[in-house]
Write a protein that binds this ligand. Structure first.
Ligand code: SF4
Length: 294
């Protein structure tokens, strides 16, 4: 059996930045709170928990005082900064710089839209932490759409500013752009109101599609390794499955069913932007227990 690990798969720089920050504090101090899972990968969270990382939620944050808390790559809503200030909590802000820039941009555009009587629209998942953080910049007035089916929530006679959660699908984003443009034309006839869209999809993610398609297409079986909570993982798994129907989603080596393989298969191991390389290596090692691999 030939087994190939996709070297492009693995953490994006936003996640690497947050993990490095956590690790360096943990090495020095042995304990650190983090608000929410630092990465949507149970295995990596477990590894860091063993080093002393303690995952807390927003309720727990309210009860803490005089301590320090790490903010993960997704960023946080404005209330978190307020609570931290009131409770003398030092925030170690490991929000991804791309997300922070987007938060600032959306705030600016929201203020402009308010003057123009327009709407901010976010293409994303309503409960995703990044989207919650972005909406907080608009006083939670931004409309969240998950796809073309939600477009009826937009008033096409008023200006629209469209943004995207950084991990969303690029193709669908541009379909939404085109559909909003069409519907605004229909709603307004010759009259025009501004429609601006901001392609805020992170290329660390959107380029992964193409790289994964190339990686998956010549493999007999593909093991896609990702945490079950990762939206990026679900999306990229879909990309792999489309190119190669023999793609299996696993979160740990133990989920592998050896009946998926023939001894002379070429197997590809890849993953999401939240999948650690060490975990993909573990999957390869697990296969080596059963098959002779090269
Ligand atoms: S996917 Fe992009 S925006 Fe999101 S954390 Fe990673 S680098 Fe940052």
């Amino acid at each position: 059996m030939k087994v190939r690990i996709d070297i492009q798969s693995g953490f994006c720089f936003g996640v690497v930045y947050a993990i490095n920050k956590a690790e360096s504090i943990l090495r020095e101090q042995g304990h650190l709170y983090v608000l929410g899972d630092i990465v949507h990968n149970e295995q990596e969270v477990k590894r860091l928990t063993e080093m002393g990382l303690e995952v807390i939620d927003h309720e727990k944050l309210k009860q803490l005082k005089d301590t320090q808390v790490l903010i993960r790559a997704h960023g946080e809503p404005t209330e978190t900064y307020k609570i931290a200030y009131e409770n003398n909590i030092k925030l170690i802000d490991a929000s991804c710089p791309v997300v922070l820039r987007l938060q600032n941009q959306i705030r600016q555009v929201y203020l402009d839209m308010k003057e123009q009587g327009g709407q901010v629209v976010i293409f994303g998942k309503p409960n995703h932490p990044e989207v919650i953080g972005l909406r907080s910049q608009t006083n939670y007035e931004a409309i969240v759409i998950q796809g073309l089916d939600d477009l009826d929530n937009i008033d096409f006679t008023r200006p629209v500013a469209l943004f995207a959660q950084t991990t969303k699908n690029l193709k669908l984003f541009y379909q939404i752009v085109s559909e909003i443009g069409k519907r605004m034309k229909i709603a307004l006839g010759k009259e025009q109101v501004p429609f601006k869209y901001y392609d805020t999809i992170c290329r660390q993610v959107s380029h992964r599609d193409r790289e994964l398609q190339t990686f998956c297409k010549d493999k007999d079986v593909v093991l896609f390794v990702s945490g079950k909570k990762s939206s990026n993982g679900k999306m990229l798994y879909g990309v792999c499955k489309q190119v190669n129907p023999n793609t299996y989603f696993i979160s740990s080596p133990e989920e592998i069913d050896f009946s998926w393989f023939r001894p002379d298969d070429t197997v590809g191991i890849c993953g999401a932007t939240s999948t650690p390389q060490w975990l993909m290596q573990k999957v390869k090692d697990y296969l080596a227990q059963k098959f002779e691999i090269e």
